[in-house]
Ligand binder design. Structure first.
Ligand SMILES: *Cc1c(COP(=O)(O)O)cnc(C)c1O
Length: 437
């Protein structure tokens, strides 16, 4: 195989640059050639960059600039213990949506005192575990949940710290499936009903009101929806103060967007400057600001490496059938999402580019990862699907009895296996045959 010595102009700049970059025509994760990782750990393979995780965290630290704020990583975006440990060591809290996620935080050495517990359907065992762990806040999403939380805390002789998740009815200008702050969404308590819900919370036993929160959607690229929501929340805080209800924190949720293709991510610095300005102007400079970013901390810190199994040139389309599938990355088929696809190695001379649909082996027409991509491909080539650090592995499934892929974390010239590839027998190990009739 020929060894090109410089990066040809045709190689695109990875969205995860500089942590993912080409060197001598080979895609690298930090100091490690991605091809070597696939050879060692197999394909498909998720590869994350530790330096990219740290840099994403640092962007929040820089924007906070010493002001009173707590970043609770929205861990459903990527809940591998190694990723959680990294953020815990950097000082992160965690936004959890289940008892399972709480167990992960504890296993990774995270501080339950910095955990906020979101979700519309908290079960009794999950509430009990969170009460015993001493989470910072239950982000309560309905009056029925409030009553159940009060009863559960009282039964255990504990006090539940409560923040009501308010639905501020603002349009986040994002995909309908990831928009959560409109009236018609299932999330939160309608802003008009929030004051009454707070009065109930103040009257119920076993509860201590600590804050207010909202989460209006995901992959936001504008600041204005956050500020619209903030203004509504400040109005509510003022109304509550008149009722004698004082809050400790205001949580503006997650949702900060990343670049998948050509999106212009919002400026965190501008957002936080404006948020703190408005809080101070309305006399709430003493409130702690809480944020719950998920995607923006991990999305472009990961890629999904996959091998071309077969090329198929049909009349209407060219297909590259790869060994990753919708079971490894469901976002394209679920949200019609666009993910960049990069060659892991410079295409060899004499291999001409064609328009390909990149599809997986699963028996579903929805099993596609990318469409109409101009690539020069040969059977056996490796591709990297970009922006696979968020909502990729965590949404993976074993459909078609496909073992879930391994995960690797790269740190400089080192690569650490952080999740083993599943083996086929594991996939049905818990299944039980009834006696033969
Ligand atoms: C999913 C979620 C987040 C994280 O959202 P991102 O768009 O990944 O930043 C934060 N808070 C809540 C309540 C969520 O459901």
């Amino acid at each position: 195989m020929s060894q090109p010595t410089s990066v040809p102009a045709s190689l695109p700049e990875p969205v995860g640059a500089p942590y993912f970059h080409y060197e001598h025509g080979e895609l690298h994760a930090e100091g490690v050639p991605v091809g070597d990782l696939a050879r060692q750990h197999g394909s498909p393979l998720y590869v994350y960059s530790r330096a990219a995780l740290r840099a994403a965290w640092q962007r929040f630290e820089d924007a906070i600039d010493g002001r009173n704020a707590l970043v609770c990583y929205g861990m459903k975006a990527n809940s591998n213990l190694a990723v959680l440990r990294e953020f815990a060591r950097l000082g992160a809290g965690f936004d959890i949506v289940s008892g399972g996620e709480l167990a992960r935080v504890q296993a990774a050495g995270g501080d339950p005192g910095k955990v906020v517990f979101s979700g519309v359907g908290k079960q009794t065992w999950e509430i009990e575990a969170a009460l015993r762990a001493g989470v910072r806040s239950f982000n309560v999403e309905s009056v029925a949940e409030l009553r159940h939380l009060s009863a559960t805390a009282t039964r255990l002789g504990l006090t539940a710290p409560v923040s009501l998740r308010v639905n501020p009815d603002v349009d986040a200008h994002t995909h309908p499936y990831i928009s959560t702050g409109l009236k018609e969404n299932k999330f939160g308590i309608a802003i008009e009903e929030a004051e009454e819900a707070y009065r109930l919370a103040a009257a119920l036993p076993g509860l201590e009101i600590v804050g207010v929160d909202c989460h209006i959607g995901s992959q936001l690229t504008e600041i204005s929806p956050y500020l619209d929501a903030l203004d509504k929340l400040i109005n509510l805080i003022d109304a509550l103060a008149a009722d004698g209800i004082r809050l400790h924190h205001l949580d503006i949720g997650g949702g900060v967007g990343i670049r998948y293709r050509d999106e212009q991510p919002l400026s965190l610095r501008d957002l936080l400057d404006e948020v703190f300005l408005r809080l101070a102007a309305r006399g709430h400079g003493g409130l702690q600001l809480v944020m719950e970013p998920g995607r923006s901390l991990v999305g472009n810190a990961g890629i999904l490496v996959t091998e071309v199994l077969y090329l198929k040139h049909a009349e209407a389309k060219n297909f590259a059938i790869v060994d990753a599938a919708m079971t490894d990355l469901i976002r394209p088929t679920l949200y019609d999402a666009w993910h960049g696809v990069l060659p892991v190695r410079t295409p060899s001379a004499g291999c001409s580019a064609k328009l390909y649909d990149i599809v997986g082996p699963v028996c579903e027409s929805g099993d596609w990862l990318a469409r109409d991509r101009e690539l020069a491909l040969r059977q056996g080539d490796l591709l990297a699907v970009e922006s696979a650090g968020a909502y990729a592995f965590v949404m993976s499934s074993q459909y078609n009895t496909r073992p879930r892929a391994a995960e690797v974390l790269v740190d400089g010239a080192q690569a650490y296996l952080i999740r083993e590839r599943e083996q086929v027998p594991q996939l049905f190990a818990g299944e039980i045959l009834p006696p033969d009739a």
